[in-house]
Design a protein around this ligand. Structure first.
Ligand SMILES: [Zn+2]
Length: 243
């Protein structure tokens, strides 16, 4: 009798494990599918495919940065500099260029617009830190993002996360603006989206023209934001008031 109970218990435990694993697998698959679908609908950053894992990328970039710093004549035996190549490599792969890795795409949740909200929703002054792909220097600005819901609404912090994901790539501001708008248009199933970015480029401030005051504004207005003058005006007013 006790033997039977043990066997029964064992079987039911195995079943539970099987169930959990299956559930987990389905969830991961569904999630991965969503991210790749979303990214297919966003204009791409020019990329080539390689099979390096993130750890391999960190290792290789560390080697290359060691070379670069040596060529610059820095003494990497100095204890202040010794970890710099590895620090830069980790920062590139895990942080400032994390937006090149689809597994770092934020989990997006949209809900049905059961409250029938039909006015503009605006998220202002979203911190937008990126990296200029021409000079590998920071772009430092703010984004204002708006949409008029159709059947879906999105959690507000998700808009900040979408901005941050695409900003964490080597970028030109024009592409960044459009990638955010592409993503929102697809996820929210509406053309009525608008993105405005105002940013300072450190490659303009620290080199070249060396202008520390100018900033660059880009916008992508779609649907009603493009065609209805009053909607456009209302959005641009929000953009102005966030600076
Ligand atoms: Zn630049």
């Amino acid at each position: 009798m006790p033997k039977n109970i043990t066997t029964k218990k064992k079987i039911s435990k195995e079943k539970t494990i099987e169930k959990t694993t299956k559930k987990k697998a389905d969830f991961t698959q569904e999630n991965a599918l969503n991210v790749s679908k979303i990214l297919k609908n966003v204009r791409p950053t020019p990329m080539i495919h390689n099979d390096f894992t993130n750890d391999e990328k960190i290792e290789k970039i560390t080697e290359k940065f060691t070379e670069i710093l040596n060529i610059l004549g820095l003494d990497l035996k100095d204890d202040s500099l010794i970890q710099t190549p590895h620090r830069i490599a980790k920062m590139y792969v895990n942080e400032v260029f994390g937006g090149l890795d689809p597994s770092k795409f934020p989990k997006i949740t949209v809900i049905d617009n059961s409250m029938k909200y039909d006015q503009m929703i605006v998220v202002q002054a979203i911190g937008c830190l990126s990296f200029c792909e021409h000079h590998f220097l920071p772009i430092d600005g703010f984004a204002t993002v708006a949409y008029i819901p159709n059947k879906k609404v999105i959690g507000l912090s998700k808009i900040n996360r979408i901005v941050q994901y695409f900003a964490r790539r080597p970028q030109v501001q024009e592409r960044l603006t459009k990638q955010i708008a592409d993503c929102l248009q697809y996820v929210l199933e509406t053309e009525d989206v608008a993105v405005h970015i105002n940013a300072k480029h450190y490659c303009v401030m620290m080199r070249g023209i060396e202008d520390t005051h100018s900033s660059t504004a880009t916008s992508d207005l779609r649907g009603h934001f493009k065609t209805l003058p009053e909607t456009r005006q209302e959005f641009l007013q929000h953009c102005k008031s966030s600076f």
